[in-house]
Design a protein around this ligand. Structure first.
Ligand code: MV4
Length: 669
């Protein structure tokens, strides 16, 4: 085994690899860009080397710098993670030339799988099932048309050098073939610098099922079963699971063996994924990914194995830790990718600081201890306070759950998604919540068109528990203002006049997402409080919870609990499985802010003075109520913008005041 390795990546995968290094006693070296000097992956490694500017092309893709960093720190091997340099033949070759082990397959295996047409020829020779089609060298348009006509429409044109769905054309009719071919070749030439295409019979509504394989340097090769990754959006995986639901044992074994045959055909070593598309029980080779994949945790959860440990052992020349007959599936695992992106805007990446970040109770990574399989696992490369920048993939975390059955895992996933709290960038959490409860996903009726077909259910606006969330926002505001201890109403903590019956106060809020205004009237009458909003009125009590940011309320006879994260005037409420944000319309503070320098306090709107709570000479704390006004049948309390001494009171009870009129003079302390 290695003493020290360098991790040529960032984010959650760099943290993931570092976790295994710690567990195995292998020292780890991080590399980082200007943007990542304080990143979690740097903190998770034993050493770190700065490699350049924020843009990946100036840092994580500069492989000569990365190799220099490995040499300088004495790292014996480099783990490339996924993305960046993980499938770059030149990098693998440069590692070899520098005498550093590339933790991945041999250069020739990467190259063999790089061209789709060449890979298909190899797979055909190895008896791996292929979609009926043409992947020959002869690219004569007349010949291609004849091949397409012979296989029958619809057909799919694919750029041979393409991947991930780029450069594909569905052709429905023979008459359309020539034009589609020309357009596909143009796109292939401009995107991949190579206009070679292949033709396949087009399969409608296929599933994406992939097989995890592992091979060592001693001729050993096994499959670690399958994953279904059909739930995708524009070729980006959204949910993944293992094992693929509904595969009969015979089909599972046949696919696993076909995947091992594919790996053997290219003299594979290390971790790889063989992708298939499936219709019914038929499966066809698509491509092979010569790296560890984002979704590898679901395989770890069902096998109880640490795939990064296997990668390190194999790269160090050890044989595979287990043979095929020693491998088995336990239970079911699901993974959801939590992204900083805005589903309402076409999933545009959303950047910004993670002001508040809470993930469900789970473990970061714990495997390899018999019987200690976690049921919830979070793989994340960010912490609260970190910033999602435009430079890299905006993934916040992977949420992975395990259960005895798919149903158990799904129930855990729903709860775990409800416990995710993110303030800062937009996220796809609510989209994921809708996805996991939609009927086809719940019943494992999976195919690559699932999201598109269920567009209405997945994207229409949801009913939100506005009243409950508002009650908690009010509780947080009153709790903060009143400084109330647990269980005490802030009304009692505030000045005596509030105990007079019939008193009312209004709190104005704006729902940030819908930009709707809500006014909540609190009436305090001999011990009872009433919450009224939008024509509803209910008896209301509230309390501060035991934990930080926790609040509770009863509204009528309904009890609600939740958490409120306060960001300036914006109250982020997490309750009943959803998130809402309300901006407190602190008219009074803002009115006072503008005047603060002059020590004046003015009326925020025209109205009538209904209570004067201080006399000249009174020394008041910041926030102390000074005057109560009534306007538009609501009462508004004007509070002290800062601690100080009241020197003049300019109006009395019953007086009408104009908008902006000075009410009293406060001398700041
Ligand atoms: C196909 C197909 C239907 N028929 N091939 C898309 C990405 C590339 N890896 C293979 N892809 C497809 N190939 C034939 N002959 C449908 C897709 C496809 C797809 C495959 C896997 C996951 C998501 C997909 C979404 C759209 C289309």
């Amino acid at each position: 085994m290695f003493n020290k390795i360098l991790i040529a990546n960032r984010g959650e995968i760099a943290c993931r690899v570092a976790a295994t290094c710690r567990r195995l006693g292998v020292k780890s070296v991080a590399v980082y860009s200007d943007a990542d000097a304080n990143a979690k992956h740097v903190a998770g490694c034993d050493e770190a080397v700065h490699i350049g500017e924020a843009a990946a092309a100036q840092s994580y893709l500069r492989y000569e710098r990365i190799i220099d960093a490995a040499r300088a720190t004495g790292a014996q091997a480099i783990h490339p993670g996924y993305g960046f340099l993980s499938e770059n033949e030149d990098f693998a070759r440069a590692c070899e030339a520098a005498g550093i082990v590339f933790i991945g397959p041999p250069v020739d295996a990467i190259a063999a799988m790089g061209s789709k047409a060449a890979a298909k020829a190899l797979m055909h020779a190895a008896a791996v099932p292929l979609v009926p089609g043409y992947h020959g060298d002869d690219q004569d348009p007349t010949l291609l048309q004849r091949e397409a006509d012979a296989m029958g429409y619809p057909v799919l044109l694919k750029a041979s050098a393409g991947g991930g769905g780029k450069g594909m054309r569905v052709v429905e009719r023979s008459e359309d073939f020539a034009a589609a071919l020309a357009s596909c070749k143009r796109e292939a030439a401009s995107s991949f610098g190579n206009d070679r295409v292949l033709i396949e019979k087009y399969l409608s509504r296929p599933r994406h099922v992939e097989v995890q394989v592992f091979a060592d340097k001693h001729g050993g090769a096994v499959y670690l079963f399958d994953r279904d990754c059909s739930v995708q959006r524009r070729h980006q995986k959204v949910l993944e699971e293992a094992p693929a639901p509904g595969l009969e044992d015979g089909v599972r074994r046949a696919m696993g063996e076909a995947a091992v045959a594919a790996a053997r055909a290219v003299n594979y070593e290390g971790a790889g994924t063989v992708e298939f598309i499936m219709t019914g029980t038929d499966f066809y080779f698509m491509e092979m990914n010569t790296r560890l994949q984002v979704e590898h945790p679901v395989t770890e959860m069902i096998t109880g194995l640490d795939l990064v440990e296997w990668q390190l052992r194999v790269a160090a020349g050890e044989p595979l830790p287990l043979g095929q007959s020693q491998l088995s599936i336990t239970g079911h695992a699901l993974e959801a990718r939590i992204y900083a992106e805005n589903p309402a805007r076409g999933f545009l990446p959303s950047t910004g600081t993670l002001k508040h970040l809470r993930m469900p109770q789970g473990v970061e990574f714990r495997l390899g201890h018999a019987g200690q399989r976690a049921s919830v696992r979070i793989d994340s490369g960010v912490r609260e306070g970190d910033t999602i920048t435009p430079f890299y993939d905006p993934m916040i975390a992977k949420l992975i759950v395990h259960g005895a059955t798919r149903e158990d895992a799904l129930a855990r996933m729903k709860r775990a998604l409800e416990a995710c709290e993110v303030v800062g960038p937009h996220t796809n959490v609510e989209f994921l919540q809708r996805l996991v409860i939609c009927e086809p996903f719940a019943s494992a009726d999976l195919d690559t068109g699932l999201i598109e077909r269920n567009h209405d259910a997945l994207f229409s606006p949801q009913q939100k528990p506005v009243r409950e969330a508002l009650a908690l926002a009010c509780a947080a505001l009153l709790g903060r203002e009143g400084g109330a201890e647990h269980g005490a109403s802030p009304w009692h903590a505030l000045s005596h006049w509030r105990l007079n019956s019939g008193f009312a106060q209004t709190l104005s809020w704006r729902d940030v997402e819908s930009d709707t205004a809500f006014t909540v009237a609190h009436t305090h009458d001999g011990g009872d409080e009433t919450l009224a909003y939008a024509g509803h009125e209910a008896r209301y009590t509230w309390w501060c919870g035991e934990g930080k940011d926790e609040y509770g309320a009863t509204i009528g006879d309904k009890r609600v609990r939740g958490r409120v994260f306060i960001d300036g005037d914006v109250f982020h409420v997490f309750c009943l499985g959803t998130a809402m944000a309300f901006e407190w319309q602190n008219l009074l503070a803002h009115a006072a802010d503008a005047e603060h320098g002059e020590g004046r306090l003015t009326a925020p709107m025209p109205g009538k003075v209904i209570a004067v709570l201080v006399e000249p000479g009174a020394v008041v704390e910041k926030g102390a109520p000074l005057i109560v006004m009534e306007a538009m049948k609501m009462e508004h309390t004007i509070g002290a913008p800062a601690a100080g001494k009241v020197t003049e009171v300019l109006y009395g009870v019953g007086d009408q005041v104009a908008d902006g009129a000075q009410l009293l003079v406060l001398e700041a302390a």
